[in-house]
Design a protein around this ligand. Structure first.
Ligand SMILES: Nc1ncnc2c1ncn2[C@@H]1O[C@H](COP(=O)(O)OP(=O)(O)O)[C@@H](O)[C@H]1O
Ligand SMILES: [Mg+2]
Length: 150
């Protein structure tokens, strides 16, 4: 699915729509250059899950956990040295029961479960082009529901 996001609120709104249809074990691989809007989308997911407090970029802490309708983990692997650091942070346990968002997952693709949702953001004019690719049946059902909204 491809969609155009005019501005940052539109990016947040897409995150919110994803959150409203999320399920335990949903993993979002957020891709795109620095400044593409990955953290903005994560803020929308946080809003949609009803997490308290503001979702900030986890670049320096690698991973942040939030409590919402489902537990949410937000990771940024840009500065991650090696995978074992993530095991210590508890990412693997979180993957199966919460909603997990990972920025720069392409650095450690082996961490992703097979059925995940890839969401690529790219600069396009004043806004962003979003490309959503389902990698398995559960994420495909979610994308199909999102498609129906557009
Ligand atoms: N659809 C959009 N159109 C224009 N600007 C956007 C859009 N989505 C997000 N932004 C802006 O892009 C900037 C970088 O966003 P951020 O989410 O921090 O990027 P990333 O996490 O990918 O580095 C922010 O100023 C944000 O408001
Ligand atoms: Mg970011």
């Amino acid at each position: 699915m491809k969609t155009y996001l005019d501005d940052a609120p539109a990016t947040r709104a897409l995150g919110q729509q994803i959150a409203e249809r999320s399920y335990p074990g949903l993993v979002l691989a957020l891709q795109g250059e620095l400044g593409a809007g990955k953290t903005t989308l994560a803020q929308g997911v946080g809003l949609g899950l009803g997490v308290k407090g503001r979702v900030r970029s986890p670049t320096f802490i690698i991973m942040a956990l939030y409590e919402g309708r489902l537990p949410m983990a937000h990771a940024d692997l840009y500065r991650l040295g090696d995978e074992s650091e993530l095991t210590e942070l508890g990412l693997e346990e979180h993957l199966s029961h919460g909603v997990t968002l990972i920025e720069w997952s392409e650095r450690f693709p082996q961490l992703l479960p097979k059925d995940h949702l890839e969401l690529l953001l790219e600069d396009d004019g004043d806004g962003r082009r979003a490309t959503l690719t389902a990698m398995g049946p559960k994420s495909l059902a979610l994308v199909t529901e999102l498609q129906a909204l557009r």
